[in-house]
Design a protein around this ligand. Structure first.
Ligand code: NAP
Length: 516
């Protein structure tokens, strides 16, 4: 039997009493480790985090907690190599793709450490200036933000076991709120190992960080009115979280990051062969292949002027033809596997759903795998689809295939293009490609209403832009509607979720004594 990974709850390592779920190598098919949370005293875990972890964190100032984040960064950097090994084994990712998860998480923590340090040695935050409540400035209203006296429960998705923990934990811990993370089972190993290293290094107060790997059963039941839950995953599970009594009745705050039909839009001025056209092609290929397309922000729909459709299909297809797929341990491989055979089946099912409504413009499924057994490995080559009738092919705007799959969609004019982008019903990100600044600016404002982020690529930022799918801690991550309605990151805006806003109405003397 493989090793059973312990959970860290209530300040101690605890192994589940069941046999557990087996985590596998998606390329070689071997068993790796097991996770299980059967028999854990879940109420005790939440009580301990809330009472011990919360109190210890809130006793510190923002600057001191920023110092804790810097301590976590050092620990993770010291163990970086082992995280890469786990990612290769459990997520089937090539080095560059593992970096997005591992170094992306460390980078995000480092940013919050820097921003937190600048907040200084205070224990609450001033929110705007005091407003007078009457004619004379003798009785004022000062809004402030104080850390919530609860626990932050993270229920995370399988595709980012590293970054997914730290992009949430950085603002939570900086806010003074203890964290309990429940990673997705299939890739829980990396999350568990990172927590293990941080706990063993003793850089955080007891109760500040816990990990429960295995079933989610009973976790939501523990949430009370001052707790928060941050969920990343499918729209179906999101519905369960929203309807749970903790959220629906006890008003525990919920942040939901769900699936998203993100788009890339080539503006009418970008003819084939132009810089903007080439930038779109490069970005689409990158987005389809990084982490085998298993990124919530990946481009799923490529909107191009109808007279450019053929040229775009050809250019994207030609680049995809050069993508080698297979065992991430082989240096010649550019794209590794999906995280599991279950995901491979899900991608195949998604492709079958789309196939009745689209043409296949490039089919990487026919290309032999490098160093991997197609009967075992959860590998699939990139597939570019094309929907000649953009309006009729509803399924293209509705079904997210969570793999290296995207659909080329022709549009008639800019009004049609904007309407098609919005058929995603609310997305995490759209990217625009062109050189006409006025047209790009107009489109950006228009699409901002239905997108959490609008990434505009002009030829002058060819080298500087950070990538359509890259989630930078400085910018908002989260989108309205179908994307879940969540809001993460965006610099210090992320702290809002972990704070309670309150208006203190008092005399100037009392307000001066708030210690802000
Ligand atoms: P999922 O099945 O919804 O799982 C997500 C998490 O929820 C896992 O930790 C899972 O645990 C847990 N879970 C499952 N059932 C639950 C329940 N009844 N109560 C509480 N927790 C429960 O999602 P997935 O299919 O693994 O993830 C892929 C999806 O995530 C994609 O659609 C993708 O678009 C989305 N995603 C979104 C973002 C974003 O930031 N917007 C980022 C990444 C992924 P187990 O693993 O133990 O089942």
């Amino acid at each position: 039997m493989t090793e059973l990974l312990p959970n860290y709850a209530a300040g101690r390592w605890q192994t589940g009493h069941g046999t557990g779920a087996v985590l596998k190598d998606p390329v070689l098919g071997q068993d790796l480790v097991r996770v299980d949370s059967t028999g854990l005293d879940v109420p005790e875990a939440f009580r301990f985090a809330r009472e011990q972890g919360g109190a210890a964190l809130r006793a510190l100032t923002y600057r001191e907690r920023a110092g804790l984040l810097s301590g976590v960064v050092k620990v993770l950097q010291a163990h970086r190599d082992s995280y890469y090994e786990i990612a290769t084994a459990n997520s089937g990712t090539v080095k560059n793709d593992s970096a997005v998860d591992i170094d992306g998480g460390i980078f995000t923590l480092g940013q919050y450490a820097k921003w937190g340090d600048a907040l200084g040695d205070v224990r609450a935050l001033r929110d705007g200036d005091a407003a007078r409540l009457g004619k004379e400035p003798v009785f004022l209203s000062q809004h402030l933000q104080v850390p919530t006296h609860g626990v932050a429960l993270f229920i995370n998705a399988f595709n980012f076991p590293g970054w997914g923990l730290w992009e949430k934990a950085a603002p939570a811990l900086l806010s003074g709120v203890p964290v309990i993370v429940k990673p997705a089972t299939s890739t829980a190993w990396l999350t568990q190992r990172m927590v293990r290293d941080v706990v063993e290094a003793g850089v955080l107060p007891a109760g500040a960080l816990s990990v429960i790997a295995g079933s989610s059963a009973g976790l939501m039941d523990q949430l009370g009115p001052f707790d928060v839950v941050s969920f990343t995953g499918s729209a179906d599970t999101a519905g369960i979280i929203r309807a749970h009594a903790a959220v629906a009745q006890r008003s525990a705050r919920a942040n939901i990051e769900a699936d998203s039909l993100n788009s890339a839009l080539l503006l009418p001025d970008a003819a084939p062969g132009s810089d903007a056209f080439n930038l779109l092609v490069r970005e689409v290929v990158r987005e389809m292949t990084v982490k085998s397309g298993q990124k919530c922000t990946a481009i799923r729909r490529i909107l191009v002027p109808q007279d450019v459709y053929g040229a775009a299909a050809e250019a994207i297809g030609a680049k995809l033809a050069g993508v080698t797929v297979g065992n991430p341990r082989n240096d010649g491989v550019r794209m590794g596997s999906l995280v599991s055979t279950a995901q491979l089946h899900a991608v195949r099912e998604g492709l079958a759903q789309l196939s009745a409504h689209v043409d296949i413009l490039h089919d990487g499924r026919q290309v032999p795998l490098v160093d991997a057994d197609p009967a075992v490995a959860a590998c699939i080559g990139p597939v570019l689809l094309g929907a000649r009738d953009a309006d009729a092919a509803s399924v293209v705007h509705d079904v997210e295939v969570f793999g290296p799959v995207a659909t080329l969609v022709p549009y008639r004019d800019m009004g049609h293009a904007l309407a098609l982008a919005q058929r995603g019903q609310g997305s995490l990100v759209t990217s625009l490609y062109g050189a006409d600044e006025a047209a790009l600016g107009h489109a950006a404002v228009h699409l901002a209403a239905s997108h959490g982020r609008v990434h505009v690529v002009t030829p002058d930022v060819a080298q500087a832009h950070t990538g359509h799918g890259n989630v930078m801690p400085m910018s908002l991550h989260g989108g309205p509607g179908r994307a879940g309605g969540g809001a993460e990151l965006g610099g210090l805006r992320a702290l809002d979720f972990y704070h309670q806003r309150s208006a203190v109405q008092a005399s100037p003397g009392v307000l001066a004594a708030l210690g802000l």
